[in-house]
Design a binder for this molecule. Structure first.
Ligand SMILES: [Fe+2]
Length: 280
């Protein structure tokens, strides 16, 4: 299945009013929100966004898994540069960070184009010189989609490194669902043609805005319906338990939500590890 079979977004020239006149659906509202924004110079073609999929009645194709071609270390699907326990943040770069400013926005959808809330997105990428921070957490961060299934990442355009075209890495996980490990790409990159890992279905829509870039990409997870986002509450935290992202436990009279899937150990009580648990 191929999400490129969805239409090139004809709605880019369509205003919210026209969208409304065609019948207000959730997808049309999302599209209207998109086209209401100014559209500066578009870099390259217009890869189809999942939100622009035609109301054909067919389910969307899930975002294809994309394995990093770098030599595997621990897990082949992650490439050698993934690190767990990235900071919870949407901003990976400031105005003083070397590199071309980049914002990436989009939605996470299920197969029926239903927006998925509370989905974990864990991004990591190279700096402007093509280097990964393997000792710290520069250009690494995780976040959760909001109630509308939307996310925003503020960063820089990643640099090139030998053997690969320009790309962002990301893990995407809906609550209590499998992790999708994938990469996103930039249009009109010369190395897209020679990188054997590159997949055009993972091209972002990229616009030039001033001296920076604005990219869009919608992830589609192989999920039917809306997964429960409110897991059972009231279970006391216990060592030796496999906790998934979104699980809630009680400890010391407070409730905590799990941020990173892990097997709990004595001493890993929720108040001790804020990167594993957030008090709710
Ligand atoms: Fe990489």
């Amino acid at each position: 299945m191929d999400i490129d079979d969805t239409d090139i977004d004809e709605s880019y020239s369509e205003g919210p009013e026209e969208a409304a006149s065609r019948g207000i659906t959730r997808k049309n509202l999302l599209k209207a929100a998109l086209v209401a924004a100014p559209l500066p110079f578009l870099i390259g073609g217009v890869p189809a966004l999942a939100r622009a999929a035609r109301d054909s009645g067919a389910d969307l194709a899930p975002t294809p898994f994309c394995h990093d071609g770098d030599p595997p270390t621990i897990e082949q699907t992650e490439g050698p540069y993934f690190k767990p326990n990235s900071p919870l943040r949407t901003v990976l770069a400031t105005s003083s960070t070397p590199g071309i400013p980049l914002t990436v926005t989009g939605f996470v959808f299920g197969r029926q184009c239903q927006p998925l809330a509370n989905v974990l997105l864990d991004f990591w990428q190279a700096d402007t010189n093509g280097a990964y921070d393997n000792s710290g957490f520069a250009f690494r961060g995780h976040q959760f989609t909001n109630a509308q299934g939307a996310y925003t990442l503020t960063t820089i355009v990643p640099g090139l490194y030998p053997g690969r075209t320009r790309h962002l890495h990301v893990k995407v996980q809906a609550p209590n669902k499998p992790v999708l490990t994938t990469q996103t790409y930039f249009p009109n990159e010369p190395r897209n043609n020679t990188d054997t890992i590159f997949d055009p279905r993972l091209l972002m829509t990229v616009r030039q805005v001033g001296s920076g870039r604005e990219a869009s990409f919608d992830f589609v997870l192989n999920i039917n319906g809306t997964p429960p986002t409110t897991p059972p509450t009231g279970r006391p935290w216990k060592a030796g338990t496999n906790y998934a992202v979104g699980d809630q436990v009680t400890y010391g009279g407070a409730t905590y939500r799990c941020l990173v899937a892990h097997l709990s150990r004595p001493g890993w009580e929720p108040p001790n590890y804020t990167f594993l648990w957030r008090r709710v």
